[in-house]
Design a protein around this ligand. Structure first.
Ligand SMILES: [Zn+2]
Length: 84
């Protein structure tokens, strides 16, 4: 198969100055530490923080663990049986 069907360059578009690498302003950087993947958030979730489900799940696991820790510390710190 000879697929030489590339669309002609838009003649209206001016020549690019410098190398902008087509960085769209809508792109976000992954919030997972150590992962600096850039991604474009899906239209249905514009506030997406992670590049992939893998990063999202990894961070969620960490957050849940942290929350558990905090609760445990709070339990230790305050005499919560006074309200029972
Ligand atoms: Zn990521």
């Amino acid at each position: 198969m000879n697929e030489h069907n590339e669309p002609a360059q838009d003649p209206v578009e001016p020549a690019r100055e410098g190398d902008t690498k087509e960085e769209s302003p809508e792109q976000s950087c992954c919030h997972r530490p150590g992962c600096y993947e850039r991604f474009t958030p899906a239209p249905q979730s514009p506030h997406q923080k992670y590049c992939s489900l893998e990063c999202y799940n990894a961070m969620r696991t960490v957050l849940i663990r942290e929350e558990r820790w905090r609760k445990r510390l709070q339990k230790k710190a305050g005499p919560n049986d006074a309200f029972e």
